[in-house]
Design a protein around this ligand. Structure first.
Ligand SMILES: CC(C)(COP(=O)(O)OP(=O)(O)OC[C@H]1O[C@@H](n2cnc3c(N)ncnc32)[C@H](O)[C@@H]1OP(=O)(O)O)[C@@H](O)C(=O)NCCC(=O)NCCS
Length: 353
């Protein structure tokens, strides 16, 4: 790979909706307790997108709007936008198209990537190819999910985990050699039985009966998913480290998918990665599916320094799993801060809604 075409993350911005659902709130909805959720998952609260007519695109657009403003990028300078999501606003058109429309990006290629919780890493890997090939110089990758739209708030084993949110990164060529050094992607469709949504797709289109049977919600066999998640996260992290001759002491930050604190801690212990190097946001956002990794980067941006070595790892429905080795390309402490953060985003709907 020519070093002049290394794809680097040059900015990140996130958005979580203002409404917060705490463990105490959930304890009033299902038979659970703050103590159980905290001990078994590490999650204390999550943000939920409320408001009629607001879908995943709303949060994605908020994140992209912030990203454009932070980087002083004009919408017309963006050359490609990819949105990773598992909760698109519609079956079609794709959410990436809607986000572009909402932020004033016109006529460029934009599409969604669907790989459940690994979606952001999949989308990042796809986006990277356009930079390294020299095709584009400004690509936005968004991870956005409104999990509250597909979570069954009567299923206590599943509803406690998920939250809503979005975050976006800018990818540009880097001439110093920093950026995405390596990625690995995996999938195993036989794992679908443990984590899927039965109805609403072409196999089981929606009917009154599918709705009555609550088949439009996430079906999750938590203990099985947990087992595969630990194995998958360990595999990709170990693999990425071996392929790039990285030892635990060379890593500055581990950026894991935020599903369950125990999954992250077990994976880290297996690989000898100390907890102080691990980014955690699940205590306040829960599992935001495709948004977890970029939300971590957004939350920890101020601490990131040029040349920091980051290991990204995700596992999700499919099953899908993947990892990336990234060297950080800019000084996070010097990144512009948006006044009032991203939560003050105003409501901007798609032009045709
Ligand atoms: C979902 C998850 C938190 C459940 O935790 P767990 O320790 O595996 O719990 P189990 O499903 O084995 O259930 C253990 C007990 O806790 C109970 N339980 C489940 N959810 C509960 C809750 N919210 N509050 C109280 N008790 C609960 C179960 O009913 C079960 O009770 P029983 O022993 O009387 O039958 C955990 O399995 C998990 O995080 N799995 C991975 C999920 C994931 O990563 N999903 C996203 C993929 S990207």
């Amino acid at each position: 790979m020519s070093i002049s075409n290394r794809a680097a993350i040059t900015a990140v911005h996130g958005y979580v909706p203002p409404d917060v659902l705490t463990n105490a709130d959930l304890a009033r909805m299902v038979d659970t307790t703050d103590a159980w959720i905290t001990e078994r998952t590490g999650i204390k609260e999550r943000h939920i997108l409320k408001g009629e007519g607001l879908g995943t695109s709303h949060m994605g657009a908020e994140a992209v709007r912030g990203l454009l403003s932070k980087t002083k990028t004009r919408p017309e300078d963006v050359e490609l936008l990819i949105c990773a999501t598992t909760t698109p606003d519609f079956v079609h058109p794709c959410t990436a198209n809607l986000i572009c429309d909402m932020v004033g990006i016109r006529n460029i290629g934009s599409f969604d990537v669907q790989a459940a919780c690994s979606g952001f890493l999949y989308a990042l890997t796809v986006a990277q190819q356009f930079i390294t090939a020299g095709t584009y110089k400004k690509v936005i990758v968004v991870g956005a999910d409104k999990m509250s739209a597909i979570v069954d708030y009567t299923d206590r084993a599943t509803c406690v985990i998920f939250g809503d949110g979005a975050a976006a990164v800018m990818l540009e060529p880097n001439t110093q050699g920093y950026g995405i050094m390596d990625t690995v992607l995996h999938s195993d469709g036989s794992g679908a039985k443990y984590l899927h949504q039965k109805a609403g797709g072409s196999r089981m289109p929606p009917t009154a009966e599918t709705v009555a049977k609550r088949l439009h919600y996430v079906h999750q066999e938590g203990a099985q998913v947990y087992k595969f998640a630990v194995a998958g996260m360990t595999e990709v992290t170990r693999d990425i480290m071996a392929r790039n001759n990285l030892t635990a002491d060379m890593i500055d930050w581990v950026v894991p998918h935020q599903a369950n604190r125990r999954i992250i801690v077990t994976t880290a212990e297996r690989l000898g990665l100390p907890l102080e190097k691990i980014m955690f946001t699940l205590q306040k956002y829960g599992n935001t599916t495709t948004a977890t990794i970029p939300l971590c980067l957004w939350d920890y941006e101020q601490k990131l320094k040029v040349g920091d070595r980051l290991l990204l790892a995700a596992f999700g429905g499919g099953f899908t799993w993947g990892g990336a080795y990234v060297t950080w390309a800019y000084d996070g402490a010097s990144a512009p801060k948006l006044n009032g953060g991203s939560q003050n985003g105003k409501l901007v709907k798609s032009s045709w809604l």
